[in-house]
Structure formats: structure tokens, C-alpha cells
Design a protein around this ligand. Structure first.
Ligand SMILES: [Zn+2]
Length: 391
């Protein structure tokens, strides 16, 4: 931490002190503003001067962990906010919730806490912190620490990182990263899951000093749709292969259901398992949740309303056949919008029809075996269809 309390209760920051000034602080006693235990000033020429709890301390703030990257990134963000004329406090201790965010920004009509999160922490811990801030009317703004900037076309998220996803209708889904080493902000925009933890993504990169607060996403780079859809369908196929070849395939609830219905996993039509907007809310692969929409609702002899389709999906979630993700910073959209987008696509591509009463009915589309050569043709057709739909 960069702020500690001296004997008379005054909070003192190590921010922007010269090495000599910081060194002189070693002569005094310092205390943690939260647990009031003594803390040790750590001063060196190569490190950011900071205070540290003693090893035996059980203070909850100590347990959040503070690495070199964390100190450096927090310092950079503080400097950036102050130079952009934001009223910013470094590590304020919020006594009512026993929390000490990295930064607190006070604007005339809104207060924000900014957290620079570098270490892996359990998801429950992050959710609790976000809820604690909300309970006293603070919106939290999370920036993830990364050593290096992102390169390549896929990204593997750690669990705690994905929890911090945000959403705005004009941009979609996004996550902030900042590397103190390169001083660059990476905004990962619209990550699309191709397996449980690997995502395709686009990246908006800006030097921190060129940013504004809240961070702006000036322009989202165009996605190469051909490449994206080919990768998508390759991974869809890999998912099926992986399931079928797994030694536990005889226990796989999805496969068992496919066989029970008389379908064949490799020959399921390509409109089952297509990318759609908001599908990041599902942890389960689209192949599975979309298949269940068909077997539970669309293949039934009577037409189904959207409400009924959603109810049947809820039942699948309750039973554990489908898993969804929880994003505490996203309030207005959920997996239900993914279901709606999927149904809109099916209507648009004439796989199902909407009746006058807004209920969906199954058209004469076969879910049964197709010939190997037809799959190749179908794939070309669907890549063309989806290209226009997703842009
Ligand atoms: Zn403490």
C-alpha cells in the first residue's frame, strides 16, 4: 500500500516522494489505516516506495496482495487521473464497508472507485467487493494488470478477469487491461468463446496518457469475418470430437440426449452451434444450449412462445445441463438476450417461422443425418449467411 497512518492518526502517502524523502520516513512508526497494526515502509532505489504488513499480519487488506506491478500501475493511474483534473484520492479507507480501493474519484454527481487488479483472487471475493461498493453508492471501475500487452488472435482469461466484463450497447462487451511496463491500455472488445477459457478477441490499444476517464473506446477494429467464422466452425467440430472421443463420453448428458433423440453429433446441422450476440453469458458451448432449444421447444408439435422457450431453458439451467456466467458489472443484459438473438437468426434464415401470436414454429428442417459432402456446402452457405448477420 502507498498510504499509511502516523502516530497522530494522519494519513500520509508515499506518492511522488523522492528516494531521500521516502527514506526519512523510515525513522517514524507507521500503521495500517484498516487494522491499525504497525506496517513497514519499504524504500529502495529500484522499487516504488510502499508500506507492507508484517508477515504474521492477518489484515484483510494485506491478503489482497500487492505486487510490484500493482504499485507501479496504481501510481501511473493516480498520476494520469490527477493530471486529467479529476479529484482523486489514493487508497482511501472506507470505514463503513472496511474496504480500501486503490483510487476514489469524486465528480460533482458521481463517485467512482478504481481498482487495479493484478492478482488472481476468488470470484466470490471480487463479487463481494463490487457489491460492497454498490451498497454505499459507488460504481467500481476495474482495470486488470498485465505484464505484457496482448498479441495474437486468441486470449485465455483467468477466471477473475472475465468476472470484470462490462457492456455498453454501442460497443458490446469489453475489459480493461493496463501494463505499467509499456504504459499502454488494452481494451479487449467483444471476446467470443471458442472453448471454455479461450476467446477470439479484438483489441483497442492506446497509451495511457492519451486516454480519458472513463476510458473511451474510440473505434473498434473491423473483424475479419471469414477468418472468424472458419475458426468458429473448426472449434465447433473440435468440441464434438473432444466429447465423442472422451473416455467419459458414455456419461456425457448432452451426447446421451443426442443419441436418444436419434441424432448424430457430427451431423447436426450447422445452425445448431452458431455464434450469436450475448452468448458470452453462457458458459456452456452454443452447440449444447442451442441443441436444447431445438429438442425442448422447436421440435415440439405445437408452436412455442418466447416465454415458454425461456422457461424451458431455465429448467435446463436449474438441472445443471446448461451453465451460465455471472457478470456483476453487467446489469441490463443476460443469457436471455442470447436466446432471443439465436431465435431471430433462425427466423431470418428461415429455419423457423413466427406466427401471428408471436410464437415460434419449426419449419420442415431436418435435424437428421446429412451427407458428408453436404456438410462442406452447408458450411460455405452458413459462413456467408453469418457474415452478413454478425457485421
Ligand atoms: Zn492492515
Amino acid at each position: 500500500m502507498l498510504v499509511a497512518m502516523c502516530k497522530d492518526g494522519l494519513h500520509v502517502s508515499l506518492f511522488n516522494l523522492s528516494y531521500e524523502q521516502a527514506l526519512s520516513m523510515k525513522r517514524q512508526k507507521w500503521y495500517c489505516p484498516a487494522c491499525t497494526d504497525a506496517v513497514l515502509p519499504k524504500i529502495g532505489r529500484k522499487i516504488i516506495p510502499h508500506f507492507a504488513h508484517y508477515p504474521h499480519s492477518t489484515c484483510s487488506l494485506k491478503l489482497q496482495g500487492e505486487s510490484y506491478m500493482h504499485h507501479e500501475g496504481k501510481n501511473d493511474l493516480f498520476k494520469f487521473l490527477v493530471s486529467a483534473q479529476h479529484t482523486t484520492q489514493l487508497e482511501p479507507y472506507l470505514i463503513t464497508i472496511n474496504r480500501r480501493p486503490d483510487l476514489l474519484i469524486s465528480q460533482p454527481h458521481q463517485k467512482w472507485v478504481v481498482e487495479y487488479q493484478c492478482s488472481s483472487v476468488p470470484e466470490d471475493n471480487l463479487i463481494q467487493r463490487i457489491e460492497d461498493y454498490e451498497s454505499i453508492g459507488l460504481e467500481s471501475y476495474w482495470i486488470i494488470g498485465n505484464e505484457e500487452n496482448h498479441t495474437g488472435t486468441t486470449i485465455r482469461f483467468k477466471k477473475f478477469q472475465l468476472i470484470l466484463l462490462r457492456y455498453t450497447p454501442s460497443v458490446g462487451y469489453y475489459l480493461f487491461f493496463y501494463s505499467p511496463k509499456t504504459k499502454l491500455v488494452d481494451i479487449i472488445v467483444n471476446p467470443v468463446a471458442i472453448s471454455q477459457s479461450v476467446f477470439l478477441y479484438t483489441n483497442v490499444r492506446t497509451p495511457l496518457h492519451q486516454q480519458t476517464f472513463p476510458f473511451s473506446i474510440y473505434s473498434v477494429p473491423q473483424v475479419n469475418m471469414n477468418h472468424f467464422l472458419h475458426t468458429w466452425f473448426n472449434h465447433r467440430n473440435k468440441t464434438i470430437c473432444y466429447k465423442v472421443k472422451s473416455t467419459k463420453s458414455y456419461q456425457d448428458a448432452f451426447l446421451l440426449e443426442v443419441y436418444k433423440q436419434g441424432h448424430f453429433p457430427f451431423y447436426l446441422p450447422l445452425f445448431i452451434g452458431i455464434p450469436c450476440r450475448h452468448s458470452i453469458h453462457f458458459h456452456t458451448h452454443p452447440l449444447i444450449w442451442q441443441y436444447y432449444i431445438w429438442t425442448d421447444s422447436l421440435l415440439s408439435t405445437t408452436s412455442c412462445t418466447l416465454l415458454v422457450i425461456k422457461e424451458r431453458m431455465k429448467e435446463r439451467i436449474r438441472k445443471g445441463d446448461i451453465a451460465i456466467r455471472y457478470f456483476p458489472l453487467i446489469k441490463k443484459v443476460s443469457y436471455e438476450q442470447a436466446i432471443e438473438d439465436y431465435l431471430r437468426q433462425l427466423v431470418h434464415f428461415r429455419c423457423i417461422e413466427v406466427g401471428k401470436d408471436s410464437s415460434f414454429s419449426f419449419k420442415n428442417v431436418s435435424l437428421f443425418q446429412v451427407k458428408e459432402e453436404d456438410i462442406h456446402e452447408q458450411k460455405k452457405e452458413w459462413i456467408n449467411n453469418l457474415k452478413n448477420w454478425l457485421i
